[in-house]
Design a protein around this ligand. Sequence first.
Ligand code: TPP
Ligand code: MG
Length: 736
Amino acid sequence: MPVFPVRTLPRKLYNRCPHGIGVAAGVKPARANGGGPEGAVAAANRWLGFLRGRTHLLPGDPVISSSPLEVTQLDQLCVNTIRCLAMDAVEQAKSGHPGMPMGAAPMAYVLWTRFLRHNPRNPRWPGRDRFILSAGHGSMLLYSLLHLTGYDLSLDDLKQFRQWGSKTPGHPENLLVAGIEMTTGPLGQGFATGVGMAIAEKYLAARFNRPGHELVNHRIYAIVSDGDLMEGVSHEAGSLAGHLGLDNLIYLYDDNHISIEGSTDLAFTEDAGKRFEAYGWFVQRLSDGNDLAAIDQAICAAQSQKGKPSIIMVRTHIAYGAPHAQDTAEAHGAPLGEEEVKLTKQAYGWPVEPKFHIPDEALAHFRRAIERGARAEAEWQARWTAYQQAFPDLAAEWERLVRGELPEGWAAKIPSFQPADGPLATRQASGKVLAAIAPTLPELMGGSADLSPSTNTYVKGLGDFSRSNYGARNLHFGVREHAMGSILNGMALSGLIPYGGTFMIFSDYARPAIRLAALMEAHSIFVFTHDSIFLGEDGPTHQPVEHLPALRAIPNLTLIRPADANETAVAWRVAIERRGGPVALALTRQVLPVIDRSKYASAEGLVRGGYILADATGKTPEIILIASGSEVAVALEAFEKLSAEGIPGRVVSLPSWDLFDAQAQSYKDEVLPPGITARLAIEAAVPLGWDRYVGPKGAVIGMTRFGASAPYKILAEKFGFTAANVIQRAKEILGR
Ligand SMILES: Cc1ncc(C[n+]2csc(CCOP(=O)(O)OP(=O)(O)O)c2C)c(N)n1
Ligand SMILES: [Mg+2]
């Protein structure tokens, strides 16, 4: 029997609903794609089909109703609650995107009330399913669901939509509300990041699950839009997800044929389903986005697919039910307007006032998520308790991962390097560090975009992650830098420490993901090798010049460009230990000397971003040479020669502006004393931003043009990255 007093709802509420499923007797459902009214018996059968494959229905949940009609009335009420909240919030904010939530409300409703395993009262419970609203512009859909199902997001928060300081900004932000798994808005990112979450789930399941003890078995759901599917990054990630057979991934596609400029016929006419089939996905096509039963069954079918990610293409209608706005591009990103909202509410059989109306019955129905969530978590906790008893060591490791702590003493494995070992590129040093630390850090996992022989990111002995070996830790992203970046973020948001390598020049291809990592405070590590013109013969197409300043411009990204092998080792330690954001390592292709730390300062100085590497003895330095990465060795050589000529100097190694800028002013003044204004920076990149370190009387030896194809020693001569040029410029500054 239904547990909700649906019969007490005013009958006309349903009779007046012009569209949708299961409307009251005598009203012909206007099905979006020409489907006729559904017979009661057929409808009942479909509803009974709901029960299969679903684990979190409570006894007495209304799907067990003797009358499917009553059930759908309540369902319809809930769906329309989401729609009206979205309309009202956008109207009140005088900005936002009402159309998408209105069209996608049914699929979101079915997913959130019947499938998503989540606990609104403990949103970070590790056993939960993940939900991503990849079409982040439809944020009111997510905010409504969070509020309605009982997360810590109040109706007042909804009323503050898009206002200063609110928890409900224009696009969902993961740091603001527990329950928002990731920040979305840049289309395609949610899609691709979900693939990273699916990879993480598969890895964790392989690492921790044991026969009879399934600790990890969650799914990753997303609602994706036309824009998501048009973006290249979803193609990259979709292709890889199919290849890897990630059947824990279930995406619902809000196939509404509308984007900002109009119909998708303008620019997007391929059969997207065929594309996903070609990628190895399980594709289902639903012709009516309001058919809750069909959505339910499709999700069931997706859940039972083995070895394939799923996409359910749901034909929806943007701004569904709005008499003039439905199926128009205008409904995408502008308030419907007071009159249209009124007409739409009337069409739904909804009271025009008050705004933000939530029927008690709908709220009660949504709020059953709390009880279901508690039950689901309790069930998982029971599994966890049994697991702890059966596998105490693994359980301890799991707890450590969940707490985000590193194993005690892990850093002892980091190697140090001696000058006598001979020169080596920082990418090589990086590879040695990775190989040394990876065995003790099961959360460390990564790979490269088809460049591991060059990026030194492959760790021998850890296996190749594939559909037949999800426990392996070397990922092969293929030539897909953008998806690699997003996937790293998804893994980081799942508690792993992921890294991904490519040439620094191709950081541009991953930049949207890097930026999002910084915004989300995700602990992704980007390994960018071939970090300057000194990669040499490959020429200007491969030689980054503007990339260091471009990466430094991203807030909350810690960029580190170590000067030698030992700085690289410390850089990795900093990268692994960082909390609250991503790290990018800039590493050389060419070999560099290992700086003699018995003569010069310890590489530990890197921790502070910049430090005095070499200093005039017994004299105040007349000039400060500041450099990063491969140019530090050039500065050191010049420093020695200047000293020999009786010009006392100082060399500051400045591997990370981000870390240095965060130091106390007293430390910064110690390294760069305000009284010493003769300063020369040397860095093989566009000199943007260096003036803050060299000051008005200083100068920079940098790159003000693209590089060229030649051996790197020739490039150093031609572009002035030699000790001789440094000495000459230093003397010019000093007026000697
Ligand atoms: C990478 C990226 N490019 C552009 C935009 C701006 N934008 C927001 S939504 C959108 C397209 C809207 O179409 P669709 O994804 O189908 O959403 P719908 O209109 O159906 O809600 C665009 C171009 C964006 N958010 N992200
Ligand atoms: Mg669309």
